[in-house]
Design a protein around this ligand. Structure first.
Ligand code: PRP
Length: 214
């Protein structure tokens, strides 16, 4: 059997993906073992898993260190790596949005040269400069982005909104929706040729389980 290596984004997405992999007969019990280990091997099925920071998953897949990656559409769009996106896993659903204070609702275009704080500078630049044809100042942050408009660092933010709770609790709201986001399976371009049969078999089994829970 051809061996395959799968990079998982650390955290909730990996846990949600477990059910889909288990349907393909893969042993995911390592997820329940508290450990600092990063690489796990299902010898029987010849599948190696490793955990990486979400933003690094597309990098491992582009370079072929992993054949397959599980990561959010937001990260794939931000990283812009050369790879195939083969499957929407149907979980990890949220939206990429422009958010800010209520006072900017229906009024966003009134501010010229807006300051936009975000963990997603490429997505933000693409949206404002290419879609809205507007020049903005992008300020890159690494987390808790909702702080930026509250403390006066930026006018608005570009960030993911899931339940909307973080925005509501901080007096902010969605001003515009950029795109829908969910977890995806990505595949290395060479692996898609050299390990095609194994990968497509896995995709089929995972789709079966995904569609069952829809
Ligand atoms: C994400 C995102 C928002 C929040 C949205 O942050 O950046 O802050 O979740 O979720 P909600 O709509 O359900 O409230 P994350 O928890 O990843 O932390 P971070 O901002 O520090 O990266």
């Amino acid at each position: 059997m051809t061996e395959i290596t799968i990079a998982l984004a650390k955290g909730r997405l990996a846990e949600c993906a477990a059910g889909l992999f288990e349907n393909a007969g893969i042993d995911m019990s390592f997820l329940n073992t508290p450990t600092r280990k990063l690489v796990f091997y299902d010898e029987k099925n010849k599948v190696k898993f490793f955990f990486a920071k979400p933003a690094d998953v597309p990098t491992y897949v582009e370079y072929g260190a992993a054949d397959i990656g599980i990561v959010g559409r937001d990260t794939i769009a931000e990283e812009g790596r050369a790879l195939y996106e083969v499957m929407d896993l149907g979980f990890g659903k949220c939206r990429m949005c422009v958010c800010g204070p209520e006072s900017l609702k229906d009024n966003l275009d009134s501010i010229a040269n807006k300051k936009v704080a975000t963990k997603y500078p490429h997505i933000a630049k693409e949206y404002f400069e290419h879609v809205k044809k507007e020049s903005v100042e992008i300020i890159k942050l690494n987390g808790s982005v909702e702080l930026a408009p509250i403390v006066g660092l930026s006018d608005v933010i570009v960030d993911i909104v899931e339940s909307g709770k973080t925005l509501a609790e901080n007096g902010l709201c969605v001003l515009e929706t950029i795109s829908d986001v969910s977890a995806r399976m990505i595949v290395n371009r060479v692996s898609m040729k050299t390990k095609r049969e194994r990968i497509l078999e896995l995709v089929d089994k995972m789709k079966e389980k995904r569609d069952e829970s829809r």
